[in-house]
Design a protein around this ligand. Structure first.
Ligand code: UDP
Ligand code: MG
Length: 312
């Protein structure tokens, strides 16, 4: 498992003010390593000058490459694009906003040398992480691990090392909706974890709004498990049985001559049943829309331009 070439993949969306600083940090680490390195920046359809910044670096340093996607495809797809372009025996992915400290890279490599095929990372929160973000991510992991069939490392991030073999395995998964962390857990192999301290974003704004996190959670759950459908079945059964018991009660009352006015109970029943039906049909709808997405089998992303020659 001799490491001869390392690829570092960085998805970037509106990170013009971070590229310089991030690259300086990366450069320090790369210079301390003995293997050949390449850095692949994926510009995910940024609206600012991110790609110009990447080009500048790529002109100056031979080992820096840039890929510009034709529009914003989202973090997960940008990551995938980078992985497809990377040619190293070992590939490390990290964010473009310096929240994933490049200083941890040697530690990841050390773990790889100990025989791990995939080295995930776990974030230890510092005070700079907002209360809301902490709470929402805790909830996210509880939900995803309860509802899906795979284990996702809590407080993990898309900051990880993967060997060539596991990247190829990952790339052989042809799904359209890709929840990277779930898929990486799904492929198996020998996986290890390294802890790191999260730093605040160097500059710029997080593009993960609460809405996007919610989408990622739904995506993560529905792409890794059909448990919500099973839960719908249980819910439906529960309400059916309760309904039956209630029906017996009403019929008894009818024969016993007890006349109930009934307005409140009817309204409550209608509201609850209506709500449950809507909920269940939207869960089914969520899966139908996934089938729809898969059947279209469009390319996952389009590349508008890239800096070099050498990457495929
Ligand atoms: N990113 C991307 N495409 C997007 C959104 C984000 O490539 O549509 C990149 C972004 O530049 C960063 C990483 O994904 O490198 C994580 O995004 P962000 O920092 O906004 O998320 P957070 O750290 O808040 O989870
Ligand atoms: Mg970030």
């Amino acid at each position: 498992m001799k490491l001869s070439k390392l690829s570092i993949v960085v998805p970037c969306y509106n990170e013009e003010s971070n590229i310089e600083e991030l690259f300086n940090e990366l450069k320090k680490v790369i210079e301390s390593l003995t293997c050949v390195c390449e850095v692949i920046f994926v510009d995910d359809g940024s609206k600012d000058n991110t790609y110009k910044e990447i080009e500048k670096k790529s002109h100056k340093y031979d080992y820096v490459h840039g890929v510009s996607l034709s529009r914003n495809f989202g973090h997960q797809i940008a990551l995938l694009a980078g992985l497809e372009k990377a040619s190293g025996d070992v590939i490390i992915t990290l964010d473009g906003d310096l929240q994933h400290p490049p200083q941890v890279i040697p530690e990841l490599i050390e773990k790889y040398n100990k025989g791990f095929d995939i080295v995930n990372t776990r974030r230890i929160d510092d005070e700079s992480t907002s209360f809301l973000k902490k709470k929402t991510s805790t909830l996210f992991y509880i939900l995803i691990n309860k509802l899906s069939d795979i284990k996702v490392e809590p407080f993990g991030a898309d900051f990880r090392l993967m060997s060539r073999e596991t990247v190829d395995a990952f790339l052989s998964i042809k799904e359209q909706d890709r929840f990277t962390r779930g898929l990486v857990s799904w492929i198996g192999y020998n996986q290890g974890v390294v802890e790191y301290k999260a730093s605040p974003r160097f500059s710029g704004k997080s593009s993960y709004t609460v809405k996007k996190m919610f989408q990622l959670a739904i995506n993560g759950i529905t792409s890794m498990s059909s448990k919500p459908l099973r839960i719908s079945l249980y819910l439906g059964l529960m309400f059916f049985i309760t309904g039956l018991i209630y029906a017996v009660f009403i019929i008894y009352n009818y024969f016993a001559g007890i006349n109930v006015e009934g307005w409140t109970s009817i309204l409550i029943t209608i509201l609850i049943l209506g709500g449950i039906q809507l909920l269940i049909s939207s869960i089914i709808g969520e899966y139908v829309s996934r089938i729809f997405n898969e059947t279209k089998s469009r390319p996952l992303y389009l590349v508008k331009k890239q800096t070099s020659k050498k990457i495929t």
